[in-house]
Design a protein. Structure first.
Length: 167
């Protein structure tokens, strides 16, 4: 489609691309406008270029998805108990997530807000896995998963329902 747009966030700018051309528009933004940009992307018929989150960053995001908006200190306390990270490690990873556009920071108390939904990340990670390991074939992934586990009749029935709902 010629009118599809993609959006890429760099440190201080939002770059808007049309699928068939180079940069259409580059505008400055700040973190307070980030949430507005993310929410209105789909209204313009576009999608953000994928934000690649590493395992350590996903641990930060998982706390936010589970707890909702919370302070960096609380995230640090939770991850200290879960994985033994110190405050500096947690704050560094939060800042990386902010730089990538995955988290919005606000005051007071270094409040963190997830800008991307868990389902979006799951979809991106699944697509990457399918493309990287299964040559873009979702059915090969599905077959691989099914061949590695003895499924109960209930699990088989749930999978059949999922497939039928896709039709």
């Amino acid at each position: 489609m010629d009118n599809e747009y993609a959006f890429l966030l760099s440190q201080d700018f939002l770059h808007i691309f049309r699928k068939t051309t180079l940069v259409v528009l580059t505008i400055p933004y700040d973190y307070s406008s980030m949430e507005y940009i993310v929410k209105n992307t789909k209204a313009l018929g576009g999608s953000f270029m994928e934000i690649k989150l590493f395992d350590s960053e996903l641990k930060i995001m998982d706390v936010l998805w589970r707890e909702g908006d919370t302070t960096a200190k609380k995230i640090s306390d939770i991850l200290n108990k879960q994985v033994g990270w110190n405050v500096n490690t947690t704050y560094t990873l939060i800042k990386r997530c902010i730089a990538k556009g995955a988290i919005k920071r606000s005051e007071p108390n270094f409040m963190c807000h997830a800008l991307i939904a868990k389902e979006e990340v799951q979809e991106q990670e699944t697509t990457e896995l399918i493309n990287k390991v299964f040559d873009g074939s979702a059915d090969l992934l599905f077959a691989s998963l099914l061949s590695r586990k003895n499924l109960s009749p209930e699990e088989i029935e749930r999978l059949k329902q999922i497939v039928n709902n896709l039709k």
